[in-house]
Design a protein around this ligand. Structure first.
Ligand code: ADP
Length: 235
């Protein structure tokens, strides 16, 4: 399916996207945001608590719909889709990585990744091979049989990244992916995200960690629900 997407079509295109929670009182959590994320970018959205990061993530990840504006994901206007179509598009096009790894403790790394395909169209017999391939991609080919309890925090997050990649999404959407990690493991996860970008993946990270932002190709600040492209001070 990915072959059918024009390489020049942005992965994310927000046109005046906003979300006001109805309240009372109404809260304008995101205000008329314009944002274009191109294929192969590594972009971070940085902002303090309450600035609208989760609201942005929920919209970008098709977990919530904007109350105004237009969101095109891979060129598809999501306002034209029914709920079931949104769910299916989310499963095919977006891989999620969270701060907490959300792994099943009594399952191996391989099983954790393979379980992500349980509701997919991937034939049962292909799932283990696909899971193995994703674990090799994140540098865990030698640890496929280990349960999460025998892995470091960084390795657990790498399993979570492998799980997000296994459906071969267009976009890797990461919510504070280094938030639970010490600096060494955080650095390793960042390196992995950069490697994935180098192999063509589009990576969007929501964070309040300036270190993460410094490693991404592009930083957008969010404050009071307003997105602003980060421009280096020229003086
Ligand atoms: P962040 O993730 O950066 O902490 P959020 O996107 O969670 O910020 O919140 C942005 C603003 O929207 C905050 O003022 C928050 O209180 C408000 N908000 C978040 N969710 C809701 C909701 N379901 N109903 C009303 N207001 C909300």
């Amino acid at each position: 399916m990915d072959d059918l997407i024009e390489k020049s079509t942005p992965v994310i295109e927000f046109r005046r996207v906003g979300l006001t929670y109805p309240g009372p009182p109404p809260v304008a959590a995101l205000t008329e945001c314009d944002l274009t994320v191109r294929r192969g970018e590594f972009i971070s959205i940085v902002g303090p608590s309450g600035s609208g990061k989760s609201t942005f993530l929920n919209i970008a990840g098709l977990l919530d719909s904007p109350s105004s504006g237009t969101y095109l994901l891979d060129g598809i206007d999501i306002a034209t889709l029914k709920d079931a179509e949104l769910t299916s598009l989310r499963g095919q096009r977006i891989g999620f990585v969270f701060q907490s790894f959300h792994l099943l403790s009594y399952r191996s790394a391989l099983e954790n990744v393979a379980l992500a395909m349980i509701y997919s169209r991937v034939p049962r017999k292909e799932r283990a091979a696909r899971a193995h391939e994703a674990l090799v991609k994140v540098g865990l080919g030698h640890r496929v049989n280990a349960p999460p309890s025998r892995l470091s925090g960084g390795e657990r997050q790498r399993v979570a990244v492998a799980r997000a990649l296994v459906a071969r999404p267009s976009l890797l959407l990461c919510d504070e992916p280094t938030g639970n990690l010490d600096s060494v493991n955080a650095r390793a996860v960042l390196t992995l995200l950069k490697e994935l970008q180098a192999s063509g993946m589009t990576v969007l990270v929501i964070t309040h960690d300036q270190e993460v932002a410094a490693h991404s190709g592009r930083t957008v600040a969010i404050r009071d629900g307003i997105l602003r492209e980060h421009v280096e001070a020229s003086l």
